[in-house]
Design a protein around this ligand. Sequence first.
Ligand SMILES: Cc1ncc(C[n+]2csc(CCOP(=O)(O)OP(=O)(O)O)c2C)c(N)n1
Ligand SMILES: [Mg+2]
Length: 82
Amino acid sequence: MGYGLPASIGAQIARPDKLVFDIAGDGSIQMNIQELTPALVHKLPIKIAIMNNRFLGRSDSGRSCSGTEGTLASILPLSLTS
Ligand SMILES: Cc1ncc(C[n+]2csc(CCOP(=O)(O)OP(=O)(O)O)c2C)c(N)n1
Ligand SMILES: [Mg+2]
């Protein structure tokens, strides 16, 4: 959790020729959202898809006993360069 964006920055800097995607939960992206600043400063073309289910769902674990069965996530695509 929180790893995807900083890892994507490292991957994109290491391999500028490659398309880098960060697929993140809304809680995960929030954890290290400040890393958008270096990504923008360095004009990194990382693509970010945020799986927004509006809570720290811990993915599927515990869902059957938490009353959140059937909760759907909307996807918020975010491109840093366009
Ligand atoms: C650094 C860190 N803190 C806390 C956790 C415990 N944890 C695992 S999943 C999760 C919630 C993730 O929420 P989100 O990114 O919105 O994904 P969702 O499960 O809602 O799809 C938490 C707090 C973790 N894995 N890593
Ligand atoms: Mg979530």
